[in-house]
Design a protein around this ligand. Structure first.
Ligand SMILES: NC(=O)c1ccc[n+]([C@@H]2O[C@H](COP(=O)([O-])OP(=O)(O)OC[C@H]3O[C@@H](n4cnc5c(N)ncnc54)[C@H](OP(=O)(O)O)[C@@H]3O)[C@@H](O)[C@H]2O)c1
Length: 289
């Protein structure tokens, strides 16, 4: 199966590598083209533009930072849309809002192509291990065609119906995650300021009903002040912003998410956007001293 892959950031690089390792023929493109070199060494072909990749592959996957990146890779000059034709499939796995997905779907469909949105739950490590959770929606026939690739990239894929449902599901999940990260950060600071050992707090949390892989994995590195990015904070803030907009649309009041969004915005304003989203802990901690 020949697959195109657009976007070799933290997630895209791991996902394209997995496809190569599992015998897919992969043609990659990245805005900063030098990032394709590592994939080329692993056997990938390189396309000079998104259009060149789509021209070559029946199926193209995109994994880009945000709505504006997802739109520009499709609609700009030499963008994917130029070479979409009857029977070609385009799968956008970036985390975007439903409106962005719908816009891309309309454009791809108008040229006879098939579209699927398929954002993922899971971070750098699950991407490397092929353990993502895939939240797909759109053209069911394209979903069926993509299942062999999804089986390599993820541990489970959901087909959620019409375009927009995958984006919405992903935003709900990340809204919960971002709020949890803020509550966790406040808990770590509260434990410390109250004279408790934060490591003991981690042990206690891990044995109770709110134990979860995120606290377990991020807790020790946060206490050490290590915020090497697995999920960049700027993307978490983008997801909070898009989830809050979804709340606006549906008249859902979300004060906890709104406060968390403010904390992520503050962290961005302090220059922490490219660090891991757990760096919000640093802002919570520093604002108390
Ligand atoms: N990291 C995670 O844990 C995680 C988990 C689930 C979902 N996601 C979502 O997956 C997507 C990718 O995340 P990531 O962590 O891989 O992000 P990343 O490391 O920041 O990579 C972003 C990618 O988008 C490209 N890009 C940015 N702006 C662009 C533009 N205007 N035109 C073309 N390409 C552009 C970048 O190209 P350059 O290399 O040229 O900058 C890079 O390939 C995001 O939507 C994120 O929310 C991430």
């Amino acid at each position: 199966m020949e697959v195109g892959f657009l976007g070799l950031g933290i997630m895209g690089k791991a996902m394209a590598t997995n496809l190569l390792k599992h015998g897919f023929k992969v043609t990659v493109w990245n805005r900063t083209l030098s990032k394709c070199d590592e994939l080329r060494e692993l056997g990938a072909s390189v396309g000079e533009t998104p259009a060149a990749v789509v021209a070559r592959c029946k199926l193209t996957i995109a994994m880009l930072s945000d709505p504006s990146a997802a739109l520009s890779v499709v609609f700009n000059k030499n963008g994917a849309l130029e070479k979409i034709s009857s029977g070609k499939g385009y799968i956008d796995m970036s985390t975007v809002d439903a409106e962005t997905s719908i816009k891309i779907n309309e454009a791809i469909s108008s040229k006879g192509g098939h579209f699927l949105e398929a954002p993922v739950s899971g971070s750098k490590k699950p991407a490397e291990d092929g353990q993502l959770v895939i939240l797909a929606a759109g053209e069911k026939s394209l979903y069926d065609e993509a299942v062999p690739a999804f089986d390599v990239l993820g541990k489970k894929s959901f087909f959620l119906g019409k375009v927009g449902n995958g984006a919405k599901m992903k935003l709900v999940v990340n809204m919960v995650m971002g709020s949890m990260m803020n509550a966790f950060s406040e808990g770590l600071v509260l434990a410390d300021k109250s004279g408790l050992d934060p490591h003991t707090l981690l042990d206690v949390l891990d044995l109770g009903a709110i134990a979860n892989p995120m606290f377990k994995m991020k807790g020790p590195t946060m206490i050490k002040g290590n915020y090497a990015p697995a999920f960049p904070l700027k993307h978490q803030q983008k997801d909070m912003r898009l989830a809050l907009a979804l709340g606006d649309e549906n008249a859902v009041s979300m004060p906890v998410a709104a406060a968390s969004n403010e904390a992520f915005k503050k962290a961005r304003s302090l220059g922490l956007g490219d660090l891991d989203f757990s760096a919000v802990y640093k802002t919570v901690k520093d604002s108390q001293s």
